[in-house]
Design a protein around this ligand. Structure first.
Ligand SMILES: [Zn+2]
Length: 88
């Protein structure tokens, strides 16, 4: 596992715990958003375990270190993200 994947995994695990607690308490004003973020966090953790961390789901290319540091659960590279938004 790369150093970046290790750091990101730790951040995602912390985030998952916080999201689960917030959902369990039912105090979040944005339960749907929290549930969605939890799903994205779980998916990102699964990708790390499967050795697919840092690969774009759209094109299979590298997502990029800075982008992963800013958005640990991100699935797409910048190019694929802009394509998705362009087609909406
Ligand atoms: Zn891509």
């Amino acid at each position: 596992m790369t150093a970046l994947a290790t750091v990101t995994q730790a951040r995602l695990l912390q985030r998952r715990t916080a999201l689960r607690q917030s959902l369990a308490k039912g105090t979040s004003m944005h339960q749907a958003a929290a549930a969605r973020e939890l799903a994205e966090t779980e998916a990102a953790l699964a990708r790390i375990e499967q050795g697919r961390f840092g690969r774009c789901d759209g094109c299979g290319g590298a997502i990029g270190r800075q982008r992963l540091l800013a958005l640990p659960a991100v699935r797409l590279c910048i190019e694929c993200t802009s394509k998705v938004h362009a087609t909406r």
